[in-house]
Design a binder for this molecule. Sequence first.
Ligand code: SF4
Length: 218
Amino acid sequence: MSESPKNAILQRDNTYAIIPKTGFAGLLNGDSLRKLADVVDKYQIPVIKMTASQRIALVGIKEEDVNKVWADLGMEAAPATGLCVRSVQSCPGNSLCKYGKQDSLGLAQRLDELFSGIALPNKFKMGISGCPLNCCEAWTRDFGAFGKPNGFTVVIGGNAGAAPHIGKVLAEGLSIEEVVSLAGRLISYYKENAKNGERMFKFVERLGIEEIQKVTLA
Ligand code: SF4
């Protein structure tokens, strides 16, 4: 069997899906939409799918077209697979939503710029919401944050997969820069101390939230 083309995900029918990095937190612009539409028409790509992580997947690409599609797009691949910090999800927050208490998009942009794609012992998903209604589901992400009037609450160790877990509160009342700095310390600590393949919820269970607070909030 031949090796899959780079940055392409094999599908059931032996075609490929690709997930370009079009921006962060599902934000798009006319230029990226036009490029996507152009390759969809040119290579007769049958499926355009919004993913659960606020990305756009182009699905059903023939093997011989994958590299040509990437060349035409001129975009990087989003970190959609593998053991790393994946794309950061965010709701519109207080820049657009009337319920927003904090700037979730501003926080998501900083997190995406600094950490997206960093290799880790397991995948690491982030969800950022502008208020406690939590449209971006911070409680079920490896790292989540949601806005309250006094700042962001950070929760870690949530998971919505085969073994659902609600995250635990790591810190409250933080500014954007304080959340970014805490995320950096947590990611380093997790990278250095988690067992191979240990997802954040298992890491939190094994070490205890108090121990992680002691190290990352010091
Ligand atoms: S979490 Fe709050 S701020 Fe974000 S979209 Fe939902 S209601 Fe609006």
